[in-house]
Structures are given as C-alpha cells and as structure tokens.
Design a protein around this ligand. Structure first.
Ligand SMILES: *[C@@H]1O[C@H](CO)[C@@H](O)[C@H](O)[C@H]1NC(C)=O
Length: 319
C-alpha cells in the first residue's frame, strides 16, 4: 500500500513518455492495484455526485413560479378545485372558474399605481402601526393597526380627511383592473364579482410579533379565514431581495411548494379554497408592502368601494 501511495504522489512529476516504458516493467499485481484504485476513485466521484444531487433535490422542493427579476405578462398554474370550494361556488351562476388556478401578471398594475398606493400606506402608517411586525390599513372598514390594537382612520381626529378623492380613485381604478383580469383569466363574468371585506394594505417587517395579528406566516386557506372570499388577489408594492428579504409567498402542495417572489406591480390571483393553502415567509430585513383585494360571488357579502364618504359615517354603521 505504501508503495502505491508513493507512486501516486509521484505521478504528476513523471514525464508521459517515460510513463509508458515504466508501466511495461510493472508486475501484474502492481497493474491490478493501479486499475482497481482508478476504478475506485471514479466510483467515489460518481457516488458523491449522486449524493449531492439527491440531497439538493430533496431540500429544494420549491418551485419558483415567479421570480422577482421576471417580467410576466400572464402565467397560470392549474389546480383541481377542492370539493368544498366547488360545492359552494356552484350556486353562483357565471361566477364559477373554468378551472381553479394561480395566476400572476406584472403588466396589469402600473408602477405609477404602485407609487400612489405606497403613498397611501405611508400617509396612514405615520399615525400608527403595529408594535410587532405586521400592520394593516383597511380603507373599507377604516381599521389600522396601532400598537397592540386597531384604530379607525375615519374617526381619528388626527386623520380627518387624510385620504383624498384622488387616493380613493386610485384604489378603485386598481380594483377594477384586478376584477377584469379575474373575469378574463378565470372565464367568468366581471359583473358577478363583488369586492368583499377585508381589503387592506399590509406592511411587514422583521420585528418580533407582539399580538397574534403579527403572525402572518402561518399556513392558511383564505376561505377558512374569510368566509366571503372566492377569489383572492394580491398586488405587491415592494421588491423581494431589494426592498426586503424573506417574505416570499408560498403555496403548499403535496409534493412541492410553489413560490411567488414579490415585485412592484406584480398581481397574483388565486381561487380562495382549499386548493390554495399558503403562507408568507417571515420577513428577514427591510419592509414589505402588499395590498389584498378580494372578491366574492355572493352579493350579500358585497361592500362599497372605499370613498371620502366614509369620513361621515359613524363607526357603528360601518360594515
Ligand atoms: C412546504 O412548506 C411547508 C411550510 O413551510 C413545509 O412544512 C413543507 O415541508 C414544504 N413542502 C415541501 C414538499 O417542501
């Protein structure tokens, strides 16, 4: 064995032309040892590759459906609707999707829209935000996180007339774009879709949670959290890996998970049933903004578009 080692060490120093001659003088046992050693090292290399591939594949059961750097004009991932979802939505003629799916488009909401929505968020949150990592501003109900509770932005004396006609017009215009995108891409009639509650802008940071409302990362099904939802849509207002890290949106499926990396102006739409179990990863750094706009087929859960009229409505009658 020591003889072998010495020979291997010296191999790179030997001139190739001499090598041939020397090999001819080797005993059959030496030749056999050399061949088996070569074979062994090859086997080791092949096995290491297989092991590396196996473990990488096993750890990464994530499919990136939409990368931050992608510019997507429209991409779908089709799913089997959950029976619960189909059962319930079946009652609403013209509102049943041709197929359950996830859909992403970066061309519906403009960067100008994004800047306007961000300024609405920042205007609101300067008057309060959660002590923990997750704050919301609901333009319909007026609920905004403040400390460990929620305040009503339409009642706060400091926030009177904070949001303008222009702000509400922007919200409505984005909502309309989203609604028509759902109608087109899920094969339903736009006027069968009603805006439903809650509809809010969220701000997420890496702060430790203080209340349960700060724990946004638990896997959930929208239809279970909010009964009225039939179609959930999210408009991202920040860029993954630029404005924040962590905070990717992930659908949980049986054999692999499907991730959407947020991007300014990216619209993501999915049916709200059990087919779309999902969670948001914890934000690791920076601030992540997104807007949730959901639609119902059930007119009894329909809400009015948020507007300046809200400032005159006493909180008790706010739905
Ligand atoms: C998908 O994500 C969930 C939640 O993090 C995790 O428990 C599960 O193992 C993941 N599934 C796969 C196939 O990686």
């Amino acid at each position: 064995m020591s003889e072998l080692k010495r020979r291997i060490k010296s191999v790179p120093l030997i001139d190739n032309s001499n090598d041939k001659v020397k090999e001819n003088h080797k005993t059959p046992v030496q030749k056999y040892n050399q061949i088996s050693l070569r074979l062994l090292s090859r086997v080791v290399v092949v096995i290491s590759f297989i092991v590396i591939i196996y473990f990488t594949a096993n750890n990464e059961k994530i499919k990136i459906f939409a990368k931050q750097s992608d510019q997507i004009s429209g991409k779908s991932q089709y799913l089997k609707c959950s029976p619960q979802y189909l059962n319930e939505i079946d009652k609403f003629n013209g509102c049943v999707p041709h197929k359950c799916k996830r859909f992403v488009a970066d061309t519906v909401v403009s960067l100008k829209d994004v800047e306007g929505l961000l300024s609405i968020a920042k205007k609101g949150f300067q008057y309060g935000r959660s002590l923990g990592g997750a704050s919301i501003l609901d333009l319909h109900s007026g609920a905004m996180s403040k400390g460990q509770v929620f305040i009503n932005i339409y009642e706060s004396p400091y926030m009177k007339q904070l949001f303008t006609e222009e702000d509400f017009n922007l919200y409505r215009s984005v909502k309309e774009k989203v609604k028509h995108t759902i109608a087109t891409h899920f094969g339903i009639e736009a006027d069968k879709l009603h805006l439903t509650s809650p509809t809010f802008i969220s701000e997420m940071t890496s702060k430790e949670p203080v209340t349960l409302h700060d724990e946004y990362w638990h896997p959930h099904i929208d239809k279970e959290t909010y009964t009225s939802f039939h179609y959930t849509s999210l408009v991202y207002l920040s860029n993954y890996n630029i404005d924040f890290t962590g905070g990717r949106f992930t659908f949980i499926d049986e054999s692999f998970n499907t991730t959407i990396e947020p991007k300014k102006g990216r619209l993501s739409i999915f049916t709200s049933g059990h087919e779309n179990l999902h969670f948001v990863e914890k934000v690791q750094s920076g601030t992540r903004y997104a807007m949730t706009i959901a639609f119902t087929c059930d007119s009894k859960y329909a809400i009015h578009d948020p507007s300046v009229k809200k400032y005159n409505i006493p909180s008790k009658t706010v739905k």
